[in-house]
Design a protein around this ligand. Sequence first.
Ligand SMILES: O=C[C@H](O)COP(=O)(O)O
Length: 250
Amino acid sequence: MARKPLIAGNWKMHGSRAHTASFADAVAAQPLPDGIDALICPPFVHLADLVARLAGTGVQVGGQNVCDKGGPGAYTGEVSAGMLADCGATHAIVGHSERRALYGEDDDVVSEKFALARDAGLVPVLCVGETLAEREADQTENVLRRQLGTVLGDHGVAAFADVVLAYEPVWAIGTGHTATPAQAQAVHAFLRAQIAAEDATIASALRIVYGGSVKPDNAADLLACEDVDGGLVGGASLEADSFLALCRAN
Ligand SMILES: O=C[C@H](O)COP(=O)(O)O
């Protein structure tokens, strides 16, 4: 089935008020190409500003994380999924490898965040991916089966009806070592098959995006793969020209 590609930018801990304004101005000046969805996930402090500035451009705005408690409540420093939705976010990244590795988020926490995002009306962008050591030990499929399987087991395949799955090999993130199109396609097909084993219709509609050193000059080859339905882009999403070039790469 034809799936509409999604180019999602993850600014991570980059940006400023001035950058947010100049990025939005540049995007507003150039219409998005037809046939693509676009999303930017800025730091929380810039989210509401970006929502207002991108209104009418077709570019949606999402959070990079959500609290693992529904709240409201006494969770100092946290931001709930409901708060993100209230500010105009449409999506939320959950389970990014940086959250898993640097902030101790295990599969159960990621699964809870996935549910809280959905409950708040956000589309979760669920990230999975193996480290280099896991790939070299031929454990890629086992790791992905565990990461995806926890969420699938907790919430059922119906919960994947309006979700984005992101395959982000940890060894490709911010390293310049992009997965080859063949490597990406093989893993995306594997992930889709995991969902298809439970529901072929949901699997066929599920967008699976690739993340890891996606740039304007390698995006077209990745997006040409049958099961690659877009990108989750870090560094190359920070500048509007580069982000828009990615949107045009399909
Ligand atoms: O969320 C985005 C990914 O971690 C990829 O980051 P990158 O494009 O800078 O490699």
